[in-house]
Design a binder for this molecule. Sequence first.
Ligand code: AMP
Ligand code: MG
Length: 487
Amino acid sequence: MKALDELTFDNRFARLGDAFSTHVLPEPLDEPRLVVASDAAMALLDLDPAVAETPVFAELFGGHKLWAEAEPRAMVYSGHQFGSYNPQLGDGRGLLLGEVYNRAGEHWDLHLKGAGQTPYSRMGDGRAVLRSSIREFLASEALHALGIPSSRALCVIGSSTPVWREKQERGAMVLRLAHSHIRFGHFEYFYYTKKPEQQAELAEHVLKLHFPESQEQPEPYLAMFREVVERNAALIAKWQAYGFCHGVMNTDNMSILGITFDFGPFAFLDDFDAHFVCNHSDHEGRYSFSNQVPIGQWNLSALAQALTPFISVDALKETLGLYLPLYQAHYLDLMRRRLGLTTAEDDDPQLVERLLQLMQNSSVDYTLFFRRLGDEPAALALARLRDDFVDRLGFDAWADTYKARVARDGEYREEQRRARMHAVNPLYILRNYLAQNAITAAESGDYSEVRRLHEVLSKPFEEQPGMEQYAQRPPDWGKHLEISCSS
Ligand code: AMP
Ligand code: MG
């Protein structure tokens, strides 16, 4: 285990120079204090979890202290926001403190969000509030525990610094970890500002450091783009299979690594609703739950446009064409597993689609349905779940088809059904109302609920005694929380 001053830095992005990022020092928060830390994320840096409780930890991640080897930089990028190109974005309230590598040789970006103003802050104050920092922390670690690729979060540091949103709130910082913070928007920035040399440097950097296998291919950049397409198809399939709604899929919020990135007004579905829009400011529903699939492709085409200096248009188009079939294959595979099936049949897409329609019409809780379906042998579970559906005859018809399908799937495997299904169907997810309860307590200075919720969500598939209240449908107030971008 390492002490805090033993982290080893290798600031590869900072070395690209001033065309890519600007040196900015963090603006410290008043009275910094630890709200919550993730032991699992600490382990990624070989850090002893106990150091999170030391005062110097809150000072480092509250912007008061800095390692001598850190080189804090605000990155420049642009991107398409809600379909329109915005030529100048960048880290307006976050800083890449540096890149650290662990004993296993993995590099991790240390990114401090809420660290104050930068040249890219535009009209913003450079701050993040406690509520959004807690949401990002909980979501990153919860997604990771579900097996959904995501940036990670080391800790949240709270403070007494006043920050104005719709009302006065308190400033906080979240320390985000990722192998890279490069976004689709980085490529778009150099493409649209017509800086071919820097764009080539960026592409080379990403290829060399993050897609080394593509480097071995006959056309390395095309291989890299193909990998990005594949990773995004797999990522979005996981979002859809587990009911995660990102909320702001602008191209500046899309990681080149294909991980969930830049959390804003995200939500996990409670009741299944294909048309759910989690972002209160998304009036047209551009980023509704079901739209995430075509938007994934739209975003990849925006990236493809920015890669036209390196790859032929025909090859880009052909590769983009892989997205939807790859997505569908991943999605179907996940949904089969969620249904406890171990084999594939041609009618499986209809089996899934029909179930989702029934759930939609009856506002059935998406997470609990699958969990309960695996609690007991199929016939028993179905008999119990029937009560959740308004259209009982419709459900009975589906249940008959499903039972026959399960029977064809194999007797022997049926015996292990419970363990197999519980291993892919979480009992605990980050419901908005659970996050809200933890935030309300934290805003009055009690961090125990954030910490407990984080613990519960770190083992989402394991039934945890005494934690039944985290595995319930939301109360009525908890279904209608309005989450906006102002964070
Ligand atoms: P987001 O919606 O969080 O992805 O942010 C979009 C852009 O606005 C990014 O360039 C952010 O850095 C910037 N931004 C968001 N909030 C603030 C803020 N409070 N101060 C400065 N810049 C911000
Ligand atoms: Mg963003």
